[in-house]
Design a protein around this ligand. Structure first.
Ligand SMILES: NC(=O)c1ccc[n+]([C@@H]2O[C@H](COP(=O)([O-])OP(=O)(O)OC[C@H]3O[C@@H](n4cnc5c(N)ncnc54)[C@H](O)[C@@H]3O)[C@@H](O)[C@H]2O)c1
Length: 269
């Protein structure tokens, strides 16, 4: 169902790789709600992904940008304003990647080159994106910036590896930049802490299948899907959440506040 929540709003959506991506679902829902946007992803992902199909479907243009390159991001911001015809109302940062995870390096045996690259892509990129927007004065007042995160930032999940540290950094950047964006531009900055979700990035985590089933059984409402995450993100882009900022918002069916569920307990009796 569409509510015209984002009618007239303009934005940038990072991270739509394929139809499973949270960013992909968000782009589809933003389009349904009347928003317009530019799609962006790393040049290398463009060749792999099916982003053209999404662009056609949503009447959007694609601007390649590596989120670890300030030069790319500055260009992206100025081109997006040109294409969209003015300042920006919403931005989704939906980017994550760990080379240690990909290469099966255990947390106690990190390759720090990999760690550094993963941090640059997954965490520092959020600061870079906001710094480019801030310096270009690209955001409209009461605009909204959202990044996606995971609860491993607060609690340990052995196989989440160095992504846990990246997410802790990402959430801290949301608070720190959120202060300045709020004070100086009246823009809100939040992170959404999403349930495990079967996407390319999600499935890269070792033992993901067991993990997603565990979370499903631990969450009173069950895991939140990618589409549900898109819906929640829209509320943060809308004018209905104007004073929500510098928050890490759990979108996880109740997982984060559940000690144990009946279903999980029954496995031990
Ligand atoms: N899937 C889950 O279980 C889950 C749970 C909580 C949070 N998240 C977070 O949601 C976000 C989106 O991930 P997803 O699950 O939709 O997976 P996904 O693999 O579809 O999306 C990750 C995106 O990051 C992009 N990316 C990688 N390197 C980049 C770079 N240098 N520059 C620009 N973009 C780059 C990829 O191309 C891809 O589009 C990530 O931040 C992820 O950590 C995912």
């Amino acid at each position: 169902m569409a509510y015209n929540l984002l009618k007239g709003k303009k934005g940038i959506i990072f991270g739509a790789l394929d139809a499973n991506s949270i960013a992909w679902k968000t782009a589809e829902r933003v389009h349904e709600e009347g928003g317009t946007f530019v799609l962006t992803n790393a040049p290398i992902a463009m060749r792999m992904g099916q982003i053209n199909e999404l662009a056609e479907k949503t009447g959007s243009q694609i601007i390649p940008a590596d989120a670890t390159s300030t030069e790319d991001l500055d260009k992206l911001v100025s081109q997006a304003m040109e294409i969209l015809g003015g300042k920006i109302d919403f931005v989704l940062h939906s980017i994550g990647m760990s080379i240690n995870v990909r290469k099966g390096r255990h947390y106690t045996d990190e390759n720090y080159e990999f760690t550094h690259k993963g941090w640059d892509v997954s965490a520092l990129s959020f600061h870079r994106v906001m710094q480019s927007l801030f310096k270009a004065d690209a955001m409209n007042e009461w605009g909204s910036i959202v990044a996606l995160t995971y609860m491993a930032a607060q609690r340990s999940f052995p196989d989440y590896n160095d992504m846990a540290d990246n997410k802790a950094y990402l959430e801290s950047v949301a608070r720190s930049f959120g202060y300045f964006f709020g004070k100086e531009k009246k823009v809100r900055v939040n992170t959404i802490s999403q349930s495990p979700t079967p996407t390319t990035a999600g499935q890269g985590v070792k033992g993901f299948d067991g993990f997603i089933s565990y979370a499903e059984q631990m969450s009173p409402l069950g895991n939140a899907t990618a589409l549900e995450c898109a819906d929640y993100t829209l509320t943060l882009f809308s004018d209905l959440t104007k004073k929500v900022t510098m928050q890490n918002l759990f979108h996880d069916g109740g997982f984060s506040n559940t000690g144990v569920s009946q279903e999980v307990m029954e496995k031990f009796v």
